[in-house]
Design a protein around this ligand. Structure first.
Ligand SMILES: [Zn+2]
Length: 565
């Protein structure tokens, strides 16, 4: 029945002739009115389903029970199905190309709905094969256990060896062990990449990476330009810092600088900074009430989150998901976060981070329709979360919130700045590798991927590849297999955090030195974010929102100003 209706619509639209639109309007229902009516009906199905799916996922993450996960999966599948009907997709396409939906709020919803449907238009058997292959790979990664010195070891144990051992030979063995999963997973990843590309071509994109970006309103060329810009801004400073780090690591390990290899950097991918600047942040949070600190801070800047905290699940429980998340259950204010808080720096960062996501969701404009009560992009909400999460290692924040003496603050100021800077530079260079590897891999999955990987690692991270190594080390990074073409958003979230931070310091706080401006106790900071970032939701494409909020589109220059010397 749905099919015949859409056929009828196609006929009606195709007989519209130029010059007689007014005449036709009497006969043919106006496409805009028709789309609005469709939307109303679609919402009655989407809103309760979305609410139930979010709730089920949140509950499964807390209980860890199989039956809760099963229910959550079923509801998520139902949501996918709601967005896959080819008849509805055809109608959306027609409305979109017809150009009669001109009301900006309706047109924006049409765009977003069209993209959501486009991503779900694969033939059923292809969709099933993709899901089956991804699930199999997920199991490979979840169940694989590395072997070190004849013993089976967990990821945590491997990481502990890499960060703590001073024995170069043992470090090498631990790093090699951490790469073993890549050898197991690589053939399945290449097959999956090929299938993803086939799927992308079926809906009109040159490859899967190009499709993923387009579906989230990102232009691949624009993202690449941004990464090029950031590469140029960080290259020399990273080289200088890396020299310094190499000196410190070589001394610590008792080897020559030239003998340093990827296993000497305390992280299997050198994606986060080795601990070379000594500040014990955990000591400041020992015995502190992190929930209260976060609550007070957010309340002080005019973003009250007490209601979110009261609804949330904040401490460890058996079977509970061990990472953290924030979820917007109904887009009507039921926002919750999930944490396993311990009184240390990691969890201070994390609770501030999750409440950043939470505040974003809490303050969407209730006047906007359901579809637009969402973040402008995944990375824009990540930016807000990063911005507030960074405070956990900010000397001014530590002083204001924990009552550190001026002397104590002065003592930790430099080492904290050095470690933050190192962390950002290391992460930014690593993100270059991920973005460029995925792009090249989806352009041609049959090339020598092992060589591609090490060429990029040497170029952007300035690491030296192990002599004679020809192994699929890229395949040991779970994101390459299971969270494809998404990694660049982490870095874009960092860039935008710096851009927001700078803009608020200058435009809201009128600070003489924007680098030393503090938000603490300033309700006008919260008011700025509510009005310019949260309330608009996804009313505008992400770069338009950023430009309206900060006066310019997304740029790498404030991130560079904050972390590059
Ligand atoms: Zn986040």
């Amino acid at each position: 029945m749905r099919l015949s209706l859409s056929l009828l619509l196609l006929v009606l639209i195709s007989i519209q002739l130029p010059g007689c639109a007014a005449e036709q309007a009497k006969v043919v229902p106006n496409a805009q009115t028709e789309f609005a009516a469709f939307l109303k009906d679609f919402e009655t199905r989407l809103i309760p389903l979305s609410r139930n799916a979010n709730l089920a996922s949140y509950e499964a993450n807390i209980s860890g029970r199989d039956e809760d996960y099963k229910r959550s999966e079923e509801l998520q599948l139902a949501e996918k199905k709601l967005h896959s009907d080819p008849g509805t997709f055809a109608r959306l396409k027609t409305w979109r190309s017809g150009g009669a939906v001109t009301d900006p709020i309706l047109a924006r919803q049409l765009d977003l709905l069209y993209l959501a449907f486009l991503g779900n238009q694969l033939p059923a058997e292809m969709l099933a094969e993709l899901v089956a292959r991804e699930t199999a790979l997920e199991r490979t990664f979840n169940t694989f256990r590395a072997t070190l010195d004849g013993r089976t070891v967990s990821d945590n144990e491997l990481d502990a060896v890499l960060t703590e051992s001073k024995d170069p030979a043992r470090l090498e063995r631990a790093w090699m062990a951490s790469k073993a999963v890549g050898k197991t997973a690589a053939p399945a990843i290449v097959e999956l990449v090929t299938l993803r590309n086939k799927a992308a071509k079926a809906v009109g994109y040159p490859n899967f990476q190009a499709m993923q970006l387009a579906l989230s309103e990102q232009d691949p060329a624009q993202v690449e330009t941004l990464f090029d810009e950031l590469d140029a801004l960080t290259r020399d400073d990273f080289a200088r810092v890396k020299e310094e780090v190499d000196g410190l690591l070589a001394r610590r390990l008792g080897i020559a600088k030239g003998a340093l290899r990827p296993w000497h950097y305390q992280d299997r991918f050198f994606q986060s900074a080795p601990r070379v600047y000594a500040v014990d942040l955990d000591a400041y949070y020992k015995g502190k009430d992190l929930v209260k600190l976060a609550d007070q801070y957010y309340g002080g800047i005019g973003l009250p989150v007490t209601d979110i905290l009261n609804r949330s699940d904040l401490f460890e429980k058996p079977g509970k998901y061990q990472h953290a998340m924030s979820t917007d259950i109904d887009r009507e204010g039921d926002v919750r976060i999930l944490c396993s808080i311990k009184p240390n720096a990691y969890w201070m960062d994390t609770i501030l981070h999750e409440l950043g996501h939470g505040a974003y969701s809490k303050f969407y404009d209730p006047v906007l329709p359901f579809l637009l009560r969402d973040a402008a992009h995944a990375f824009t909400t990540e930016a807000i979360a990063n911005l507030f999460g960074r405070l956990a290692s900010d000397p001014a924040w530590l002083q204001q919130m924990l009552g550190l003496s001026a002397q104590e603050r002065a003592r930790i100021e430099q080492p904290l700045a050095d470690s933050q800077r190192l962390e950002q530079l290391v992460f930014s260079r690593w993100s270059q590798v991920m973005f460029r590897f995925e792009k090249a891999m989806y352009e041609n999955p049959n090339q020598d991927l092992n060589a591609l990987w090490w060429n990029l690692v040497e170029r952007y991270q300035l690491l030296r590849r192990p002599e004679g190594r020809n192994e699929p080390d890229w395949a040991s990074k779970i994101h390459v297999a299971l969270y494809p073409a998404y990694y660049h958003n982490y870095l874009m979230g960092q860039l935008l955090a710096s851009q927001f931070s700078r803009h608020v310091a200058v435009a809201v706080l009128k600070a003489d030195d924007p680098r030393r401006a503090s938000f603490t106790g300033r309700k006008d900071v919260g008011a700025y974010f509510i009005e310019n970032v949260f309330k608009p939701g996804s009313r505008f494409p992400w770069n338009e929102m950023i430009e309206r909020a900060t006066g310019e589109p997304l740029t790498a220059k404030y991130y560079a100003a904050e972390f590059v010397r």
